[in-house]
Design a protein around this ligand. Structure first.
Ligand SMILES: [Zn+2]
Length: 627
């Protein structure tokens, strides 16, 4: 859609916006002028904004897969809020969204989980501060500035010190009961400590609702994405989506394979016990109970110091080790909070300052297609190299055919690059006003660029695949994965060497590595006698690798290292592995991962490969060491 104040194309909301058509959007300029005839258009804009926000809420909360960046989403919400403030007669439910997925029991919060009002500029922060000062009639007020963790809000209920319930925010009143999943978070004690580390006894209320955030820290996000890239699957775009998707997963194996983190920063119900008198005292109490609390916060007593603390979090956000999207400022004194009270949707004693993501403009040099190990075709934007957040960026994923078509990114376009979750670069916007003459819509290839096979996509799926199992691009990727250190680990068998072996027709499957003889490599362009000897030696030595590494090395979708280890434990040989039935597979790796493995095992060429590997290598060591 076209945004008149910026002239950029904004992603997403395709269905909603296409239906609304260009006429209405074109009228927005007049609407902002505030003329009489513009009023109906403004009212239409309110309807449009609500529909669009609801659409994104659905994507964001229910599928944990947003189409637009946070700042664009927030811009929509602010525009709506501004219109509703100007026209209270139009103000319906503002809609904080609803994260319930329909797959968990409902849980009614004892006290509602409100969202916070947002600030985006220094002026908005100062206006909030001035409002609090005016309402309380005093100037020297103490505020606590905390990092705004970027994950999924959670409410934990402890009864007599024991964790009994965990629920998502839901619509603020009712959330998803995700108790079982939250219990898998290793850093969260199921029981509160009755004495602090220094021996001071901690009082424990009969009933306590603690509020916090489930998130994925930077190290875990990087670890999981490295594994996905090694498996040839699309990396996760944003740690927040990953946290939400994992917390709402019904797949125990998946939950166990990802390390979620949690932080406690607030509370709801607090029955029969002394409520802390300040936010600082609350943080200390959380630590005394042995819970993960907010490690770093600033105490400020003026609007100026508050602004400096907010900016300081913004500057250091990439070094914190966990994802944040802003800073939260709360008045320290709890008694003052009840004086300030709340509006219909947010407390008046706190505000969330949201950071603008780091962005930079560059140009699309070319659009290329990557063929993954499983035949997945992924369009990639080749960019004029730029520095962003300390790293150099020359490529950005365009996800898939559908996303690319909807965004209509063209070769020659100027684009804004944003680091989603500070790690993976994504194209945030196309600068339409700078689009050069003569650019053309990208035509997604109908044939695989590596082998020329007609591409396929299953009905209802966005993924486009090359169906040719013998496609050289897929083959190279599969072999690279098999030989990589994460899998079987054959030294010297990198992409270049594999390229040569595939080109010469010497290797068509992993088992062919073990059939190579010195005579096969003799005189091959690019492989000297020394290299050949070392390579054959490395292949021979790789027969010592544990069985799970071979299973993982097969590159079956959703069979990562953890599942491969379980399968190796259960089977003991590739023969037994090949003979597994569906029920056995489900029992070992869970339902979600079972389908692709069962499909893999039913293909005759895969069974033949397993038999060949068993015959050629057959020296499995069952004891698994960490990859
Ligand atoms: Zn192909």
């Amino acid at each position: 859609m076209r945004w008149h104040e910026t002239g950029k194309i904004k992603w997403g909301a395709a269905a909603v916006l296409l239906a609304l058509g260009a006429g209405l959007l074109g009228a927005q300029k007049i609407a902002w002028g505030g003329t009489e005839q513009a009023r109906p258009l403004q009212e239409d804009r309110v309807t449009e904004l609500r529909a669009e926000i609801a659409h994104h809420d659905e994507l964001y909360f229910k599928e944990a897969a947003p189409e637009i960046s946070d700042s664009d989403y927030d811009r929509l919400k602010r525009e709506l809020a501004a219109l509703e403030r100007a026209h209270p007669e139009w103000a319906g439910p503002t809609g904080m969204g609803d994260d319930r997925s329909g797959r968990f029991p409902n849980y009614v919060h004892r006290q509602p989980m409100l969202s916070l009002d947002k600030a985006y500029t220094e002026a908005e922060w100062r206006a909030f501060h001035a409002g609090v000062v005016a309402r309380l009639g005093r100037k020297n007020l103490t505020f606590v500035v905390e990092p705004k963790y970027d994950g999924l809000a959670i409410s934990l209920t402890y009864e007599r010190g024991v964790l009994t319930r965990a629920a998502t925010r839901g619509n603020g009143l009712v959330g998803d009961d995700v108790t079982d999943n939250v219990r898998t978070i290793a850093m969260l004690p199921q029981q509160l400590r009755r004495a602090a580390a220094d021996g001071t006894p901690s009082s424990i209320p009969n009933l306590l609702e603690l509020r916090g955030e489930v998130y994925v820290d930077d190290a875990e996000f990087a670890r999981l994405n490295a594994a996905r890239v090694a498996e040839g699957v699309e990396p996760f775009a944003h740690p927040r989506n990953l946290a939400a998707g994992t917390l709402k997963s019904q797949d125990r194996a998946e939950l166990a394979s990802r390390r979620l983190s949690i932080v406690i920063y607030s509370w709801g119900a607090w029955e029969d016990g002394a409520v802390p008198t300040t936010q600082q005292a609350f943080h200390a109490q959380v630590r005394a109970w042995g819970l993960p609390g907010v490690g770093k916060f600033e105490v400020v007593t003026s609007a100026g110091d508050g602004w400096r603390a907010i900016q300081s979090f913004g500057r250091t956000r990439t070094q914190l080790g966990f994802p944040i999207d802003g800073a939260v400022v709360k008045i320290d004194g709890v008694a003052l909070r009840s004086h300030l009270g709340q509006s219909d949707h947010a407390p008046r004693w706190a505000i969330a300052y949201k950071f603008e993501p780091e962005r930079i403009v560059t140009r699309v040099r070319a659009i290329t297609i990557q063929v993954g190990r499983t035949g997945l075709l992924t369009p990639v934007a080749e960019l004029e190299s730029v520095k962003l957040g300390g790293t150099s960026i020359a490529r950005a994923t365009l996800h898939n055919r559908e996303v690319l078509a909807r965004r209509d990114i063209r070769v020659g376009d100027f684009v804004e690059i944003e680091k989603a979750g500070e790690i993976i670069p994504a194209i945030a916007a196309v600068l339409l006003e700078r689009r050069p003459e003569g650019t053309r819509r990208y035509e997604f290839p109908e044939r695989c660029p590596a082998c020329g096979s007609a591409v396929e996509s299953k009905p209802g799926e966005t993924a486009v695949r090359c169906p040719n199992f013998h496609c050289p691009a897929q083959l190279r990727r599969r072999l690279e994965h098999f030989a990589s250190a994460a899998a079987v680990g054959i030294r010297g068998l990198g992409p270049a060497m594999i390229g040569i072996l595939v080109r010469e027709g010497l290797v068509k499957a992993p088992s062919d590595f073990y059939r190579l003889r010195p005579a096969d490599l003799d005189g091959v362009d690019g492989i000297g006698p020394k290299v050949a000897e070392r390579l054959l030696d490395a292949i021979e030595r790789s027969k010592q690798a544990e069985l799970w590494r071979y299973i993982y090395g097969l590159g079956i979708p959703r069979i990562g290292a953890a599942n491969a280890r379980k399968l190796a434990q259960a089977c003991g040989s590739l023969e037994a592995f090949a003979a597994m039935g569906k029920e056995q597979v489900v029992a070992i790796v869970g339902i979600a991962a079972a389908d692709s493995l069962v499909e893999f095992l039913t293909r005759p060429e895969n069974r033949a490969e397993l038999e060949a590997l068993q015959a050629l290598v057959a020296r499995w060591k069952l004891a698994g060491s960490a990859p």
